[in-house]
Structure formats: C-alpha cells, structure tokens
Write a protein that binds this ligand. Sequence first.
Ligand code: SOE
Length: 398
Amino acid sequence: MKQDSIGVAVIGAGMAGRAHLNGYRTASTLYGLDLPEVRLVAVADAHEPFARDAAERFGYQRAETGWEAIAAAPDIDAVSVVVANHLHREIVEGLLAAGKHVLCEKPLAPTVADAQAMVDAAPRTDRVAATGFTYRRSPAINAIREQVAQGALGPVRHFNGHYWCDYGFDPDAPMSWRYLGAPGTGALSDIGSHLVDLGEFLCGPVRSVRGTVLSTLVPDRPRALGAVVGHAAGVQVSEVRERVENEDVATFTLTFESGAVGTFSVSRIAYGLPNSLGFEVFCENGAATFDLARAAEFTIAGPGSPDAVNGYRQVLAGPAHPYLTRGLPMDFPGVGYGQNDLFAFQARAFLEQIAGLDRLPRCPTLADGLHNLKVLDAVVAAADADGRSVSVLQSTRA
Ligand code: SOE
C-alpha cells in the first residue's frame, strides 16, 4: 500500500518511549530513499511535562496526555504503544479500531487472555499490528542466527541465556507498575520475555518447561512521590512501603521442539549489572556467544582450528551482517552500535511494512506476542509442577 507520507506517534514518553521516538526520527536516514515521508506528529503521556519535553526534544509536532487523542487524530497513521503492560490491551484495541497501525512493546499484555483478545482484534483491520521484540533487530544476534540456520555449527544442543538487570536491587528504589501483578509479571515478563523470544529466534519453538524458581527477594518498596518514568531512578519516595507482588528472579529449564535444552536466568536485582543480556549457543560442531556489553560483536568457535589457535574467535559486526550496510552513518566493522540503534532498525522495518516494502524481516505479529506469553505461562506453571515438565499450549504463532 503506497502512502505519500506516514504520520507517527508514540504513546508513553518514558525510557523506552524515547527510544521509539528517536527510532522514527532516525528511520528515514536508513537504507533506501524509498520510504514515504515520515511525519513526527505526536507524543502522548499521562504526565504532561514528560510529553511536552519529549515532543520538543525529539521534534514532534505536539504533545498529548491521552491515547484517545492519538486514536482520533486524522494525521496519525502509525503508533508505538510504550506504557505499562496492563495498559496495552485497551490502547492497542482502541488504536486498531481507529484504523491505526500499531507496534506494541513486549510483553504484549499481563495475561494470555488479554493477549488473545488483542490478537482477535487485529484481523478486523488491514493494519500492521506488531509486537516490539527489539533484540531481533541486533546485527550480531542475526549473524549468529544465520550461522545456526545454515548449519555451520551443526544442530543446537544447548542454549544458555541470562538477562540480568539491577534496577530493583535497592530496597528503597520506588514502587512502580513493574513490581505489581501475578507471579510471572515481574522480571520474567519484563526482561525474560526478551530472552525467551531470543531463545526461540535462534533455536526454534519451545516444547516444554520444567524446574522454574520464581523468587521475590525484596518484599516491599517505598511509594514514589510524583511521576515515575522507566526504572524510577532518582525519584523521591514516601515513608509508606508497599508490597512487591511479583518475582525479582526467575530461573528455569526448557526443551525446544528440536530436542535442544535451554537454561534461563533472569533477574532485576543483579547488583552492578544495569542491562546484562547474554547467551551461549552450544551446537554439535561449534558454538557462538553474545554479550550485550559488547553489542556490536560476537564470538564463534568451530571445527578446523588447530590446537595451537583453538577457542573462540571475535567477530566484529559489519556490512557482512544484517541491518548494518547504510544502517549506520559509519557502517564499517569496529564502529559499533547500541541498543538505541535497534529501535531505529525496528522503526524502519515497521514503517517499510506499512508502506508495502519488503526489504527487512517483517515485524513480529501480535500472535508472536501471544505465543511468547504462552511460553511464559508454561514457565510460571512449571514453578508448581514438582519438577514435572509443563508443555507450552499450542500457540497461534503465525
Ligand atoms: C530493554 O529496553 C529492556 O529490557 C526493557 O524492555 C525492560 O522493560 C526494561 O526494564 C529493561 O530494558
């Protein structure tokens, strides 16, 4: 569907919302000149000062305080939903009903039922309805995926992944939506959703889960005084402490449909590690590793290395790998890139899909977001299964 221009908006002016705002602003500078004009129209946030600051900072035409104004705006075609997870369903369904293209942050919703309703709402429109698994846009992770898919390393035997953050290590870090909800809506949903999606991105669908441990190590937190954004760093707090309802740490073992094993460790109280995502993929004839701390590279080991030079080789992501040719102003190995660039690649892919271009991998669908939640549901169920294996419900995975 060719459009003269695409008007974009972001609902949520917090930490990740700003990454989406910047992504749309940068998208036109990437790859080809065949993208329709991108109009930076609006930012919405319930806390108006956040919306106004973000609109001015990222060059958007106006600030709004409610998602309804975005849904009703005739000059807006595509919207990112980047707010607390429990708000996703109402907003996504409202935007789809208003005829907008939607890119919703992970996890799609707090429950499988909510996500299923969102998936059911999507076919009633011809809009693009996507889930934002941003790490799928990592050039280095895609390079590893290509090696695995081409069979260069042989079949996968064991995926070991961690996603460790430290935004919750301080008991006096203020309460926020991330700490409220049923078991599985804490660290497992917030950051485990990324890691589980990457496990399947690299190793194929999950068959079953076992041995889950969900632990809450910080039982209560002080109530925030004033608006909270992102991980609420530096926000004043009251004397009143509120109970933390969900998990700080989640560990579990899963089996992929391929028979490969997956071992997962997720934490939001990992002292000194603000955003530590990493994994190893051990295969029959080799292995590859990734560490977000060195985002623009990966290591790989395979047959044929003489004993004198055995071990893992460092590979610098560059034009030989996805997304990077004309994906950065300086696009040669060693220049490096970071997580913010992945939001730009994601924004470009979303806009290209809306424009009917097919240069980049399509965005994960709402059904992919639903499937991710079904796996997380099985992870939670395996916490009470006395070590028995819990199968993942057949997803509606597209
Ligand atoms: C990546 O942006 C991310 O994992 C977010 O998706 C989480 O919500 C945040 O808590 C940590 O960073």
